[in-house]
Design a protein around this ligand. Structure first.
Ligand SMILES: [Fe+2]
Length: 232
């Protein structure tokens, strides 16, 4: 992946992206897919702290935040557990129990590390958002899956594959699923409107803190009251 810095006033970068996470032969190659829709990087990245929407929009359940949201300058980390029912490489619907850690470095770069507890599958998802023209946003999803040695009875369709093939096949499935989830979000994002001041409720959890965090990426507006995005 190659990243570039661009600022409207030509100022130099004010923060840097992290090093790539460690990888090796036990990790699949990177796969990517691109979506373009009406939206904004601040909205797409807000998903990393919007725990409530995981149930309503994506059908996850038993969603629990783990610890509190960490903010250190341009870095934000959010951790949560959830369960979901998925049909993965076989005819049986399976319950997956997942721990997720989201690393946000500015509004255009998020890396989510997933650990599926039942079979011990690790995967990564980068969510990379770029504003296009003030109305559209382009989101690149990039995924990577670690070798799965014990697919278990849930992964009947993968058991017949050599070990070295399983995580590559799984990576295709993971990316396809994540694309489907983002398209569920797009239905909401495309209908959002500005509302100032925003009306946040307690159920929104750390969304307000995330919006405070986001202000640093609008240096030209820091001294002004800036309307915040809200779904209707
Ligand atoms: Fe979402």
């Amino acid at each position: 992946m190659i990243f570039g810095w661009w600022a409207t006033d030509g100022r130099p970068p004010t923060w840097h992206l992290p090093d790539d996470p460690p990888t090796g032969e036990d990790w699949s190659e990177l796969r990517s897919t691109v979506l373009r829709f009406r939206g904004h990087p601040q909205e797409t990245t807000e998903n990393s702290v919007d725990i409530e929407h995981l149930g309503y929009t994506h059908g996850y359940y038993d969603v629990l935040p783990v610890g509190s949201t960490l903010v250190e300058g341009p870095y934000l980390r959010s951790c949560f557990d959830f369960k979901n029912v998925r049909r993965i490489a076989g005819p049986v619907n399976v319950v997956v129990e997942v721990s997720a850690i989201t690393h946000v470095h500015g509004l255009g770069y998020s890396l989510v590390e997933f650990h599926e507890k039942t079979i011990g599958m690790d995967s990564r998802l980068w969510v990379l958002a770029t504003p296009v023209d003030g109305t559209l946003v382009e989101v690149v999803l990039v995924s990577q899956v670690r070798e799965i040695r014990k697919p278990g009875r849930f992964f009947a369709g993968l058991r017949f594959l050599p070990v070295a093939m399983r995580h590559r096949v799984m990576n295709r499935i993971v990316l396809s699923e994540e694309r489907r989830f983002v398209l569920q979000d797009v239905v909401i994002w495309e209908r959002k409107k500005y509302q100032a001041p925003p009306r946040l409720s307690q159920a929104d959890g750390p969304v307000g803190r995330y919006r405070q965090y986001s202000r640093q990426f609008y240096p030209e507006l820091e001294s002004e009251r800036r309307p915040t995005l809200r779904a209707i």
